[in-house]
Design a protein around this ligand. Structure first.
Ligand code: BGC
Length: 752
C-alpha cells in the first residue's frame, strides 16, 4: 500500500531546509518605509497616473517628487529598436542597434543554466545602455503545440528545462540592475484567438506543467515584474484572474513586484483593480479616470490604489533610473554581449542525424550552398520579438568565411521561393521572383534546375531549409508543420544530383521531416541563432567544435500524433473572431464603453480544452508509445559518450544519482546528461517518465568524469487535486539516465 503524505509535513521540511534566508522577493520590500512616506505625499491623480501607460513603452513616475518614469523594452532576444512614443513605428535612431541573441528554443537547446545566466546578463547590460528599466521577457510558456506561432520565443515543452533556463535568465538580467517582466502569465500556448481564447485545464496540469517556469523565476529568481497573458484561464482573463494573480502569484509565491498587462490585454476597471493588475498597457481607458471615478462612488478604495503604487515603486527603487542624458550615448550592441550570443549559438546547434557526412571532410573542395534560408536574416519579423541587430552573420556568411580560410570554393543558389507571410502596406509594383505567393506553392522549376546544376558540380551540398519569421510568428499559428515552398521536392532532386548532402533547418519550431529524413544523410537543427549564428554553424559543420545542442521539444513524425491534435483539442473547430484584433478595428475604437461592451458580449467565445492534461510533448509520446521523428532531448555529437557505473540513493531531502561519463572520441565535446524518473506501482497517475535533472558536461578527448545529479524531493511531488496541495508519494522510483529521452543508458531503482 502506498503512503501518500499530503503537503504540510513536506512543506515544513522544505521551509526549514531554506532556513531563515530572506526570499529573493523580500528584497523588493527593503524600501517600503520610504515608499509609504512618498505615497503619503502623492495626489490621487498622481497615483492613478502610474497605473497605465504614458507612452507605448513607458509608464509614468511623478516628476514633482523625483520619481522617474518606468521604461520598458521588448525582449526577449535583444533590446528592441526604439519606437515612436505612440506606437511601434521606428523612431529612426542610430545608436539603438542591439545584439541579437539566439531565440528562445535555441537558448533552451543548450540545456545550459550557465549560458542562460550569461544571456540574461547580456540583455540586462544592453537594457541599461538604453535607459530601460524592465525587459519584457523572458517568454517562458510551455510549447504545447508544434504549430505554435511563438514556439521559437518560448523555451521548451518541459517545465523543468523551461524553469531552469527562465530562472537563470532572470537572475542574470536582474543582477545587471534591469528588471525582467516574465511573460505571458499564464497558459499562453496558442496565437489562434489569443486575445479571447479561454484555456480550460485542471489544476494539476496547471501547477505541474504550465506554471512551473513562472514559479521558479518568481520564487527563486525574484522576478520583479510579471506580464499577464492575453488569454483567459478557466473563465477569467489573465489580467484579472484572481486565482492566478492574487491567490497563486502573490499569495502562494510571495510576489512583491508589479504586473503589466500584455499590450491591449486589459479588459475592465473593476476586474483589473480587484484581481491583481498594476499597470494597463497600453491606454488608460480602464486604469485611468475610471479608477478615480470608482473611488468617488466608493466602488474602489484609495488604499487599493496605494497598494498598487507601492508594488510599482518597489521596482522603481530596486532598479536605478538612468538619466536621459546618460542613456543612449553609445551603441546598444556591445562586443561582450556579441560574444555571449556566439557562445549560446555554438552550444545550441542540434545534430539530428549523421550518417558520416559531417563534419565536412578534408577532401571537400567545392561546396554548393542551396536554399534562401542560408542568406535570410532572422533578426526582424515575428512582431514583438524582432531585433534591429548591429550585424548578423548569416549561415552563408559563416560558411564562406570558414571556407576561405581553408581554400574551399563555395557557390550559392536560392533553390526555392521564400514565403514572406502577410504583407503590411501596399503590394510591390513588381512581384519579387524569389518570393512565393503561398506557403504551399510548389517548387519553382527554374530555381530548382539552377540548384541541381550547382549540386552536381560540388563535392558536398548543404541545403538550408526550414521556415522564417513570417511563417512562425506572434499573432498566428502555423496551419501545418510542413516545409514550405516545395522544399521537399528540391531536396529529393538535390539528393539525386549529389547524395553527399547535409540539410540545415533554419527555424524555431519543429517541422515535418518524414520526407527529408528518408533522404538526407545528415540533418542539423540550426535555429534562429542570433548575431553570430552563421559563425557558430560553420564551426560545427567544419568540425572545429562538436555539436552539443539537444532538442527542447519533440519533433513529431506527424502533426496529428502530437497530444492536443490527437485529443481533438486543437485546432478548435469553433474558431471565432479574435477579440484582440476586433477591438482595434476603427469602428470599434469609436464606440462608447457601453456599445463596446455589448459588442464584446456578442462575440463568439473560443475555448481551448486541455484534456490531454499533463501529457505534453514527450510525456504523451512516451506514455502512448508513439514514436516521434526526433525525441525530446535528442542531439548527436561527433564523439561517443560512455555511461557507466550508476549509483543511486534516496536521502532525507533529495535523491542522489552518480555515474561515470567518458568521452570516447578524439576531440573535446559536451554532453547533456539527462535524468528521468518513472514511477513503479504507483497509486497516482503519472506519465511514463519525466525529466527531473540534467547537466551539461564538457570533456576532453578520452576524459572520464564522475557526474552527480540530485533531485530535490520537493520536485517529485504532484499536485493533489482533492487536497488542493502538493503531495509526495512514497514508493519505488526508477531512475533513468541517458543522452536523450529515447536513449536511456543506465537505470537504478530507489525507494523514497
Ligand atoms: C506581445 C508581448 C510584447 C508586447 C509589447 C505583445 O503583442 O504579446 O510579448 O512584449 O506586445 O511589444
Amino acid at each position: 500500500m502506498k503512503r501518500i503524505l499530503i503537503t504540510l509535513a513536506v512543506a515544513a521540511l522544505f521551509a526549514s531546509a531554506c532556513g531563515s534566508l530572506r526570499s529573493p522577493q523580500d528584497r523588493l520590500t527593503l524600501n517600503d518605509k520610504k515608499i509609504d512616506a512618498i505615497i503619503a505625499q502623492m495626489t490621487l491623480e498622481e497615483k492613478v497616473n502610474m497605473l497605465h501607460s504614458k507612452t507605448n513603452m513607458s509608464s509614468a513616475g511623478v516628476e514633482r517628487l523625483g520619481i522617474a518614469d518606468i521604461h520598458y523594452a521588448d525582449g526577449p532576444f535583444g533590446i528592441r529598436e526604439e519606437g515612436q512614443p505612440n506606437g511601434f513605428m521606428s523612431a529612426g535612431w542610430t545608436l539603438d542597434s542591439a545584439t541579437f541573441f539566439p531565440t528562445g528554443s535555441a537558448l533552451a537547446a543548450t540545456w545550459s543554466e550557465e549560458l542562460a545566466y550569461k544571456y540574461g546578463t547580456g540583455m540586462g547590460k544592453e537594457a541599461r545602455l538604453r535607459g530601460k528599466d524592465v525587459i519584457l521577457g523572458p517568454a517562458v510558456n510551455i510549447q504545447r503545440l508544434p504549430v505554435g506561432g511563438r514556439t521559437y520565443e518560448y523555451l521548451s515543452e518541459d517545465p523543468l528545462l523551461s524553469a531552469a533556463i527562465a530562472l537563470e535568465y532572470t537572475k542574470g538580467c536582474q543582477d545587471q540592475g534591469t528588471a525582467v517582466c516574465i511573460k505571458h502569465f499564464a497558459v499562453n500556448n496558442q496565437e489562434t484567438n489569443r486575445g479571447s481564447v479561454d484555456a480550460q485545464l485542471d489544476e494539476r496540469t496547471l501547477r505541474e506543467i504550465y506554471l512551473k517556469p513562472f514559479e521558479r523565476a518568481v520564487v527563486e529568481g525574484g522576478a520583479m515584474s510579471v506580464m499577464p497573458a492575453y488569454n483567459k484561464v478557466n473563465g477569467d482573463y489573465c489580467s484579472e484572474n484572481e486565482h492566478l494573480l492574487n491567490e497563486i502569484l502573490r499569495g502562494e509565491w510571495g510576489f512583491k513586484g508589479f504586473t503589466v498587462s500584455d499590450w491591449g490585454g486589459t479588459h475592465s476597471t473593476m476586474g483589473a483593480m480587484l484581481h491583481g493588475l498594476n499597470v494597463q498597457m497600453t491606454g488608460s481607458n480602464y486604469l485611468g479616470q475610471p479608477v478615480i471615478d470608482s473611488i468617488s462612488t466608493g466602488a474602489l478604495t484609495e488604499d487599493l490604489v496605494n497598494e498598487k503604487v507601492r508594488q510599482i515603486l518597489r521596482v522603481r527603487y530596486a532598479v536605478e533610473a538612468i538619466p536621459d542624458d546618460v542613456a543612449n550615448t553609445v551603441m546598444t550592441s556591445q562586443p561582450e554581449c556579441q560574444e555571449i550570443a556566439l557562445e549560446v549559438a555554438r552550444k545550441s546547434i542540434v545534430l539530428l542525424k549523421n550518417c558520416g557526412t559531417l563534419p565536412i571532410a578534408p577532401e571537400v573542395r567545392k561546396i554548393a550552398v542551396i536554399g534562401q534560408n542560408a542568406v535570410l536574416k532572422t533578426q526582424s519579423g515575428g512582431m514583438g520579438a524582432g531585433v534591429k541587430a548591429l550585424y548578423e552573420v548569416t549561415p552563408l556568411d559563416g560558411i564562406r568565411a570558414k571556407a576561405d580560410e581553408k581554400g574551399i570554393e563555395v557557390s550559392y543558389a536560392p533553390g526555392y521561393k521564400n514565403f514572406p507571410g502577410r504583407r503590411w502596406g501596399p503590394a510591390p509594383a513588381e512581384p519579387d521572383p524569389l518570393e512565393a505567393a503561398a506557403i504551399d506553392e510548389p517548387a519553382d522549376p527554374v530555381l530548382l534546375a539552377e540548384a541541381v546544376a550547382l549540386a552536381k558540380d560540388a563535392d558536398l551540398v548543404i541545403f538550408f531549409g526550414g521556415t522564417n519569421k513570417y511563417i512562425e510568428t506572434e499573432g498566428s499559428d502555423r496551419k501545418t508543420i510542413d516545409l514550405p515552398c516545395g522544399q521537399e521536392t528540391l531536396v529529393q532532386a538535390l539528393y539525386v544530383a549529389n547524395p553527399n548532402l547535409v540539410t540545415v533547418l533554419i527555424s524555431g519550431g519543429p517541422t515535418d521531416l518524414r520526407v527529408l529524413d528518408s533522404i538526407c544523410p545528415a540533418i542539423v537543427q540550426g535555429w534562429w541563432n542570433g548575431t553570430e549564428g552563421g559563425t557558430a554553424l560553420a564551426e560545427v559543420l567544419f568540425g572545429e567544435i562538436a555539436p552539443s545542442g539537444k532538442l527542447p521539444f519533440t519533433f513529431p513524425a506527424r502533426l496529428e500524433d502530437s497530444p492536443a491534435y490527437a485529443m481533438g483539442n486543437f485546432p478548435d473547430p469553433n474558431v471565432g473572431g479574435d477579440l484582440f484584433s476586433l477591438m482595434f478595428r476603427p469602428d470599434v475604437l469609436k464606440m462608447s464603453p457601453e456599445e463596446r461592451q455589448k459588442f464584446i458580449d456578442s462575440l463568439p467565445k473560443p475555448v481551448s480544452k486541455y484534456t490531454e492534461r499533463f501529457y505534453v510533448g514527450y510525456r504523451w509520446f512516451d506514455t502512448k508509445e508513439i514514436k516521434p521523428m526526433y525525441a525530446f532531448g535528442h542531439g548527436l555529437s561527433y564523439v561517443d559518450f560512455a555511461y557507466e557505473g550508476i549509483k543511486a540513493k534516496a536521502g532525507k531531502d533529495a535523491v542522489k544519482v552518480s555515474f561515470t561519463l567518458r568521452n570516447e572520441g578524439s576531440m573535446p565535446a559536451d554532453e547533456v546528461v539527462q535524468l528521468y524518473v518513472a514511477r513503479v506501482d504507483s497509486a497516482v497517475e503519472w506519465p511514463a517518465k519525466e525529466l527531473k535533472a540534467f547537466k551539461r558536461v564538457s570533456l576532453k578527448a578520452g576524459e572520464s568524469r564522475k557526474i552527480s545529479l540530485d533531485i530535490p524531493l520537493k520536485d517529485l511531488r504532484y499536485w493533489d487535486e482533492a487536497a488542493a496541495a502538493w503531495a509526495l508519494e512514497h514508493g519505488k522510483l526508477q531512475l533513468l539516465v541517458g543522452s536523450a529521452s529515447d536513449d536511456i543508458r543506465l537505470s537504478a531503482d530507489v525507494e523514497i
